[in-house]
Design a protein around this ligand. Structure first.
Ligand code: PMP
Length: 284
């Protein structure tokens, strides 16, 4: 059984308790981060903490603890669970208050929950076979840049993708791909140029996205940050996704049509290798 962290206490997962009046439960009034773990070390912890601070700031939510304290909790949780590979989930909500649309008083203590999830990250069958995605309308709210716990539409989209025999969904707004249900989306055009949507309120600023774009630039790959249409994606040479838990994974089919030659792309494969190498070097 896992050990989890709930509001200052490490306990067995079946003893972790949160109030029914927690605003995360009543209003999805909370944010989260997911930090991946390789060889027992945290990948890009500072990046994830910077995004957490931004999410909290955009929602005028107090921080549950400073970065040093959060790092100590992450490490303690890894040690207690002997986690070598997987992820640490950290959920922060605006805390417990009488049900009211108004934010509670600013001194309401935020709720803080962390738990681990074991799983293979380096060795993923999808890295060899590629993912099949389907497109669905992006019906999420208009502040997707904030990493809130409000994941219902992403969950619906992924479930719809599974129902249609695919692995994941790409979300589409005004004919253009915003991102994947839980990842950022990329294509590579016929000239080898990498295209991905620029940061805005429309997408989550992926921590993996930042790292992969930097590494791609350093590898001499041309990058164009702009929104691309579904038609462009269908005509692309390659497509792929990035996220903390999937790193870089190739997309080989969109809406039942093969992308390029229908096999994982060369650039996606290279970026996956470079990213993992860099992650292993810089993890803390
Ligand atoms: N977009 C969405 C909607 C996501 O849920 C995620 C995963 N958190 C990402 C992009 C990728 O972000 P990251 O690279 O930080 O995991």
């Amino acid at each position: 059984m896992r050990t989890v962290y709930v509001n200052g206490v490490f306990c067995p997962e079946d003893e972790g308790r949160i109030s029914i009046f927690d605003r995360g439960f009543l209003f999805a009034d909370g944010v989260y981060e997911v930090v991946s773990v390789l060889d027992g070390k945290l990948i890009d912890f500072a990046g994830h903490m910077a995004r957490l601070a931004r999410s909290l700031g955009e929602l005028s939510m107090p921080a549950p603890a400073d970065e040093t304290a959060l790092l100590a909790i992450h490490r303690e949780l890894l040690a207690r669970n002997q986690l070598a590979e997987g992820a640490v989930y950290m959920q922060v909500t605006r805390g417990v208050a009488d049900r009211d649309f108004l934010f509670p008083p600013e001194d309401t203590p935020p709720s803080l929950v962390l738990f681990t999830q074991a799983g293979s990250l380096r060795d993923k069958p999808a890295a060899r076979t590629g993912l099949r995605v389907v497109t669905v309308p992006d019906l999420r709210w208009a502040r997707r840049d904030i990493k809130t716990v409000q994941l219902l539409y992403s969950s619906m989209a992924k479930t719809e993708a599974k129902r249609r025999g695919a692995d994941d969904a790409w979300l589409v707004e005004d004919g253009r791909v915003t991102e994947g249900s839980s990842n950022n989306a990329y294509i590579v055009d016929a000239s080898g140029r990498l295209i991905t949507r620029p940061l805005s309120h429309a997408i989550l600023p992926g921590i993996t996205r930042t790292a992969v774009l930097r590494l791609a630039g350093e590898a001499g790959i041309a990058i164009e940050e702009r929104a691309f249409t579904v038609e462009e994606a269908l005509a692309a040479r390659e497509a792929f996704i990035t996220s903390a838990s999937s790193f870089v994974l190739p997309v080989v089919e969109i809406d039942g049509q093969p992308i390029g030659d229908g096999r994982p792309g060369e650039i996606a494969g290279r970026l996956r290798e470079i990213y993992i190498e860099e992650a292993l070097k810089t993890a803390i």
